[in-house]
Write a protein that binds this ligand. Structure first.
Ligand SMILES: *[C@@H]1O[C@H](CO)[C@@H](O)[C@H](O)[C@H]1NC(C)=O
Ligand SMILES: *[C@@H]1O[C@H](CO)[C@@H](O)[C@H](O)[C@H]1NC(C)=O
Ligand SMILES: *[C@@H]1O[C@H](CO)[C@@H](O)[C@H](O)[C@H]1NC(C)=O
Ligand SMILES: *[C@@H]1O[C@H](CO)[C@@H](O)[C@H](O)[C@H]1NC(C)=O
Length: 511
């Protein structure tokens, strides 16, 4: 989070400056800034009327921007980065408000050489290090209590709950939750598996806003299983690696989760229940994982009775999320930078309440951070009020690996649904081709039903149309045209039970 804020702040506030990195990537801050102002404007509009907390949150973002930029500026000055004709950070926050930008047209454009670029990154990394030590002090003081577990939530809702864990081949210990039957105790042999989306958790299936999918399926006679994805709040565990101390823990993308974790989970459930096939529901990344698994290991198709894919992220060239689009444009320098400062974990749950103390944890912290989440994922204003959003923020974002996020960004940029991009040299070594290989959707033969919306920021309708065309066994689709439906509304929105979940039960009943 801290890191994101720093990057966002730089992009929002640095102003009109172009410079070239040694790699030749034109880092156009003017463009970045305009994308972010647009993002903030649309957020402001979207959140209008949700209460004064939001206004305070916006003000805090502005304060945050100024604070972070100023500390980076000081580092700039301290390291004399502007020596030798290298650009001085001209449009900085202290001067920004009073400055007559048109006077500086000639001087804000410039080139930054390799040495300066590396000094710049060093200075930012140093700011980051300092805030890290502050953060660790804060951590001991302000640790949030862990959120209730899925099993607690399920029991609270009056359903039977079991907790299981699966150890996957590389040693990850994953949390697996089960609702063996509904309130009516109807005996069933039907087994459903639900896989949540990016930076989400099992919470999305068992929340108490009315009509969560897991309860609907349990009452319809399903034995419902739900896995928590590798690295999230409930699955931050490994037989030998420590997520806090071993960077190697975070060296994975959703491809690895799809080919290593998902088959292990499905085999575990089949062994445990004796079923001859699973009814699979995936939201967002849960769908991504399904396609990556069945395309890479077609033998898994036979273990699936039917598959519902809700707003999957596969082809992603048309993604509308301003934050993701912007990050995708700068994936190269971003990846280098993240590597350099040793960042591995993306939006972990525990950081939301504690880091950085001045930004995320005070007063309006959760609202503030939720705005970043909505800037990433989109938001249907009609579907959620501020009570619900702040409840959700106790659980999401639930964390992911940085590598997993970079993988999405690469596909957003390329428009391909492909494996992780290691760069030309790395790809040659690993895949024997300059570009990473694409997943072949023709190999996904399990009966599939697609559900997506025309206003989703992350999972665009045009990209999903392509999936629909390519799947050899796509039984049907529902495209929700209501602009109130955005990416996470499929999970938390008030119309989801009636407009979506009933369709899922109906589709499954045919298999
Ligand atoms: C900004 O600079 C331009 C050109 O030098 C000048 O015409 C204009 O009056 C200045 N504006 C302010 C607010 O100082
Ligand atoms: C990790 O998993 C093991 C095995 O289930 C469990 O005993 C341990 O408590 C878990 N640790 C954490 C931090 O969840
Ligand atoms: C991450 O894993 C890949 C193999 O999947 C390996 O080639 C690479 O060296 C690892 N990176 C680090 C930093 O350990
Ligand atoms: C928010 O929505 C929930 C669920 O629909 C409702 O119970 C609650 O009263 C609403 N709160 C406000 C402040 O509108």
């Amino acid at each position: 989070m801290r890191l994101c804020i720093i990057i966002l702040c730089i992009l929002i506030n640095e102003g009109s400056t172009n410079f070239d990195t040694p790699g030749g990537i034109n880092f156009n801050l003017q463009h970045a800034r305009s994308v972010f102002s647009q993002a903030l404007d649309s957020l402001e509009k979207i959140l209008e009327g949700t209460g004064s907390l939001v206004t305070i949150a916006l003000d805090q973002i502005k304060v945050c921007v100024r604070t972070v930029i100023e500390s980076i500026e000081e580092k700039f000055e301290a390291t004399n980065i502007n020596k030798g004709g290298i650009r001085k950070p001209a449009a900085t926050s202290r001067t920004l408000q009073n400055k007559n930008l048109s006077q500086n047209k000639g001087t804000t454009k410039g080139h930054i050489d390799a040495e300066a670029w590396s000094e710049l990154l060093d200075s930012i990394a140093e700011v980051n290090d300092n805030s890290k030590s502050t953060a660790s002090q804060v951590r001991t003081l302000k640790k949030l209590p862990p959120p209730p577990t899925p099993v607690d939530l399920i029991k609270e809702a009056g359903y039977p709950a079991e907790s299981h864990y699966v150890i996957t081949p590389p040693g990850y210990i994953l949390n697996l939750n089960r609702i063996p039957h509904g309130k009516n105790r109807r005996k069933t042999k039907r087994v459903a598996y639900l896989q949540h989306g990016f930076i989400d958790s099992t919470y999305s299936w068992v929340h108490d806003f009315g009509g969560a999918l897991a309860y609907i399926l349990a009452d319809a006679g399903y034995d419902v299983w739900m896995g928590d994805a590798r690295g999230n709040t409930y699955s931050r565990n490994h037989t030998t690696l420590d997520p806090d101390d071993d960077p190697e823990f975070w060296n994975y993308s959703w491809h690895d989760m799809a080919v290593e974790d998902l088959p292990a989970i499905i085999d575990y459930i089949i062994k445990h229940t004796g079923t001859d096939g699973i009814y699979y529901v995936g939201h967002s990344q849960g769908g991504t994982m399904f396609y990556a698994m069945t395309a890479s290991k077609p033998e898994m198709n036979s273990k699936i009775k039917a598959h519902v894919s809700m707003s999957p992220i596969t082809y992603a060239g048309h993604t509308k999320s301003p934050v993701m689009k912007l990050l995708a444009d700068y994936r190269g320098p971003l990846e280098k930078f993240l590597h350099r400062i040793g960042a591995n974990e993306f939006l972990p749950h525990r950081e939301m309440g504690e880091v950085p103390a001045s930004i995320c944890s005070e007063g309006v912290g959760p609202i503030l951070c939720s705005m970043l989440l909505f800037a990433i994922e989109g938001y249907g204003p009609d579907q959620m009020n501020v009570t619900i959003t702040s409840e959700i923020m106790k659980y999401i974002p639930a964390g992911a690996s940085i590598k997993q996020s970079l993988h999405f960004l690469a596909n957003m940029k390329s428009g391909r649904f492909a494996q992780f991009d290691y760069g030309h040299f790395g790809n040659l070594k690993r895949y024997g081709s300059l570009s990473p290989p694409e997943y072949d959707l023709k190999k996904v033969t399990a009966p599939t039903y697609l559900i997506y919306t025309s206003s989703d920021w992350l999972s665009d309708a045009m990209d999903n149309d392509k999936v629909y065309e390519e799947l050899p066994n796509c039984i049907g689709r529902t495209i929700l045209k209501d602009p109130a439906f955005n990416h996470i509304d499929l999970m938390y929105g008030k119309y989801a039970p009636d407009m979506i979940y009933r369709k899922i039960v109906e589709f499954f009943s045919r298999y």
